[in-house]
Ligand binder design. Sequence first.
Ligand SMILES: [Zn+2]
Length: 277
Amino acid sequence: MSRDNFDMTTKETLAKRVGFRCSNPNCRKLTSGPQIDSAGSINIGVAAHISAASLGGPRYDSQLTSEERKSIDNGIWLCQNCAKLIDNDSVLYSSDILLEWKHLSEKAALLEIQNNGVINLVDDREIIKFFAQCFDRPAFQDPFDQEGSMENFDKAIEDTITAINTGALRARDGGVLQKSKGKAYLSNPLWRRKMDAIGDLLRALRERYELAVRTNDIHLGSTSDERQFYCINDRQLGAWFDLTRAEILKIFSEICGEAGISSEFQFPRHRRFWRDR
Ligand SMILES: [Zn+2]
């Protein structure tokens, strides 16, 4: 079966247009780095096809010509994990979603390059107020051992990562609750870096949660309504989750304070959370 593969120039341009970062807004992993050999480099990036390179592949579009299929417009730069992810569920990861990822990543790369030190406080404040709404939910306010449902907690963290990266906060049914702009649009480089740090901490929360479920440090039981029975078998783990969220809110409070919107968005709102601990 014939495959419409990208040529080397197309692959390289796709990578360069997103600063060699994975285009999945929930990932944004760097895909290149140095080998020990000073002449070599490591590449964990893939020029993935939006519409499959051959018949029967994910999102295959028979309307495309062979030229269109191997053109740069049909490519997206991803890390190896995300390239595999999008091909495992071509319904969830539709062509439209992938084109949105590509657009956002290119925009983010351009903003990073263009940033010329001009700070637009008015626009930055709007973005920060949007982020504040994302943190104003139980997943960031309740102590870990009082969470109603672990799976909802994990989903809320995932939604927050997406919201910070894309400016779209999704409801549980997948609908978009509010549309703002992602952290790449912050003109203040310090706030952008702080939001990057928050993004890293959020990802660490999700990774630790997934690992804990796999190793049974968190045992998930049955679910009824919004409640889910679960058991945390590692006390230190619960404390780490609480501390990490407190750290996230602390960094975010700093941004709010520096942006002069601390009176509106003071974290944490639930003082009980801090006094008891
Ligand atoms: Zn990735």
